[in-house]
Design a protein around this ligand. Structure first.
Ligand code: SF4
Length: 373
């Protein structure tokens, strides 16, 4: 059975009702268990768990230290192109947003690579919009071949691809793929993606299955917080994770919690999530799943990132630029969304050290393998 069939057995409103009817007793039971099920996760993300935040934070911190030690991986995104054929209501690169489009050439990419390496990174996340003519498979293949020798590994956040396409990129050295569902609310998904390939809800939903079959090393999941009720979207993300871990058990997984950020021509969040609620969500994921990597981006404020780094996070972006050429080539090109934490990678590394953490500049698995060896 694939995830689509599991997903189709659920009804959004029923799930919502079930989360909001969890009780204090359900939360207490969940916090006492060592093997939590998806009903326990619902309890931990429910309003009933809000008074347990401190207990959840302590538990999440202990579990994370035990599994990952006092290390946090740092990474940087490299935007290769802002060309996009999709309309997404929440994104600065949306097709209907009049902006100067550009796709980096090989020469420009090497300049960006040098600037990012100079900052200390040994692991890179490549990002593009979705424009098959310019940033399709041929471009991805060329870019991976060009960039791979400069980094220990490469992650991508680009358009969803077919299994065979993923297989050929993995052969060239692709290590991880991030593919966020944005929202698991089928009807609202259509409203936010009215045009382009991304409007196909199920093609996106089935992408992690295609990645698992292709044998990818790591898959990043998440929902864009602010589009719909974050509790329900997080339930479906956790359900997706649970399914994938069972079926593609050799693959590793990470979860991100992007909160909608301002951008040129921007959309206001339909549902606000407070800082406390984001802490609740991060710690709930950790208590539910001890192995999953939890990633926090520079979308979040300096203050929030300082406070939350000890509560379950395992990786952070640092010094991010969300515009193509942002590190060295064209610092003024339009960004996908506004960064909130603008500190440099060295400042973040220093913060980690003074907080008792070791910054890791490579992908987690490689760092751990080297450590063991
Ligand atoms: S979210 Fe991605 S697919 Fe949608 S407009 Fe932005 S770059 Fe394009």
């Amino acid at each position: 059975m694939e995830f689509k069939e599991i997903f189709d057995q659920y009804n959004w409103e029923d799930v919502k009702q079930s989360i909001y009817s969890k009780t204090t007793q359900d939360v207490i039971i969940a916090l006492q268990k060592s093997n939590l099920d998806i009903e326990d996760f619902k309890a931990l993300i429910s309003p009933a768990a809000e008074p347990f935040l401190e207990e959840m934070a302590q538990l999440s911190r202990d579990i994370t230290l035990k599994r990952f030690g006092n290390t946090i991986q740092l990474f940087a995104p490299m935007y290769l192109s802002n060309e996009c054929q999709n309309i997404c209501t929440y994104c600065g690169f949306s097709y209907d947003n009049p902006l100067k489009r550009r796709t980096l050439t090989s020469v420009e990419i090497i300049k960006e690579v040098e600037a990012i390496k100079e900052l200390g990174f040994k692991h890179i996340l490549l990002v593009t919009g979705e424009a098959n003519q310019t940033v399709g498979m041929e471009y991805f293949k060329r870019m991976i071949q060009l960039i791979r020798p400069h980094f220990d590994n490469i992650s991508m956040e680009v358009q969803p691809l077919d299994q065979k396409e993923y297989e050929s990129l993995i052969d060239l050295g692709l290590h991880s793929v991030l593919v966020y569902q944005e929202t698991y609310h089928k009807e609202d998904y259509k409203l936010h993606h009215p045009k382009g390939k991304k409007s196909n809800f199920y093609y996106r939903l089935e992408t992690p299955d295609r990645l698992g079959k292709a044998g990818i090393h790591k898959i990043g999941l998440g929902a864009l917080i602010g589009l719909e009720d974050w509790r329900v979207d997080s339930f479906f993300t956790a359900l997706h994770l649970q399914y994938l871990e069972k079926k593609y058990w050799k693959t590793k997984y990470s979860i991100s919690f992007p909160r909608l950020r301002p951008f040129s021509g921007g959309l206001e969040p339909k549902v606000e999530m407070s800082d406390k609620q984001l802490v609740q969500l991060i710690t709930a994921y950790r208590i539910f799943n001890n192995e999953v990597e939890l990633s926090l981006s520079t979308r979040e404020s300096e203050n929030f990132r300082n406070n939350v780094l000890k509560l379950g996070i395992t990786s952070m972006s640092a010094g991010s630029k969300t515009n193509p050429g942002g590190y060295a080539v064209d610092e003024e090109s339009l960004e996908q969304f506004e960064i909130s934490d603008e500190r440099s990678p060295m400042e973040i590394a220093q913060l980690l050290k003074t907080s008792g953490y070791e910054p890791v500049w490579k992908d987690w698995d490689i760092a751990l393998e080297n450590h063991v060896a």
